[in-house]
Ligand binder design. Structure first.
Ligand SMILES: [Zn+2]
Length: 287
């Protein structure tokens, strides 16, 4: 069923596990993630970036597709459709289109403006029963030329944003998007512990979940991280499985060119990645 992320994340925080946000790109992605979450009886969050929203022909297409899948595949676990790194305008578009959750990434605004815009969106989301994620201390990535540490959020700024009534808070703790460089210095647990202490019960979000070592993931969960975003890892496993199929010449055998056959190994690879993450995050059986 389509729900906001509020209840599932509050439960996760109290139960010391994390719910995965898996970003979707098309029908195959959404289907693979929903089926795996159902199989493992895990709550799940489908992440949609603004770019992916455009690619999938708009937010309404996505809501229609996911709602149809929930019904058609008999999905009973809680599912949230969540805007990932939304702009101010993007957040409003998703709210209107029927998303159950949005992230407003105001981390590039001065803190005062981030606060004003977040406050306004919190009021709208509260009224409609949607969850809202805010971000403090921007999360780096290869595309920003960030190598090494990544940005670290100020615990006091985290407290200021948490007090606005957001559902969950993303804080930079040295995590970055995409593949981690060889000289990455790891997550900053000292800052994470301080943020956790300041924000109390507020579920924390860890972006850039691809390539963070398992022990660091577990430690982050123990320090209050209740939502972990996974995107690149599914893309890498999908690409590797598809490459293997083509390189083995399977598309040239019989009806191997049929897209439903050609994309099947990639779908299975996404499922395997999602399964692995749900196990690691501890959300299996929590739906
Ligand atoms: Zn992110």
């Amino acid at each position: 069923m389509l729900v906001s992320a509020k209840e599932m994340l509050n439960k996760a925080k109290a139960g010391h596990y994390a719910v995965g946000q898996f970003n979707i790109n098309n029908l195959e992605w959404a289907k693979a993630i929903l089926l795996t979450a159902e199989e493992m009886k895990s709550p799940v969050i489908l992440g949609v970036s603004e770019g992916a929203g455009k690619y999938m022909c708009g937010y309404k297409t996505i809501v229609g597709m996911v709602k149809g899948m929930i019904e058609g595949l008999g999905i009973t676990v809680p599912v949230a459709i969540h805007l990932d790194h939304g702009s101010y305008e993007g957040a409003y578009k998703c709210i209107e289109a029927g998303f159950s959750s949005v992230m407003f990434d105001g981390s590039h605004y001065p803190i005062e403006e981030n606060i004003a815009k977040t406050k306004e969106l919190v009021a709208v989301c509260n009224e409609k029963g949607l969850s809202i994620e805010a971000e403090v201390g921007s999360i780096g990535g290869e595309e920003d030329g960030v190598i090494g540490g990544g940005e670290v959020a100020s615990p006091d700024e985290c407290k200021m944003i948490a007090d606005l009534g957001v559902t969950m808070l993303a804080a930079g703790i040295g995590n970055i998007h995409g593949k981690y460089p060889a000289n990455w210095t790891g997550l900053n647990f000292e800052v994470l512990a301080k943020i956790s202490e300041k924000v109390g019960d507020m579920p924390l979000v860890l972006h850039g979940g691809t390539g963070i070592p398992e022990d660091m993931i577990k430690k982050a969960i123990s320090l209050g991280v209740s939502k972990i975003n996974v995107n690149t890892e599914c893309q890498l496993s999908f690409a590797a499985a598809t490459r293997k199929y083509i390189e083995a010449g399977k598309d040239l055998e019989g009806k191997g060119f049929d897209p439903r056959k050609l994309l099947a190994p990639g779908v299975e690879a996404i499922k395997a990645t999602v399964r692995e993450k749900i196990e690691l995050f501890g959300s299996a059986g929590k739906a």
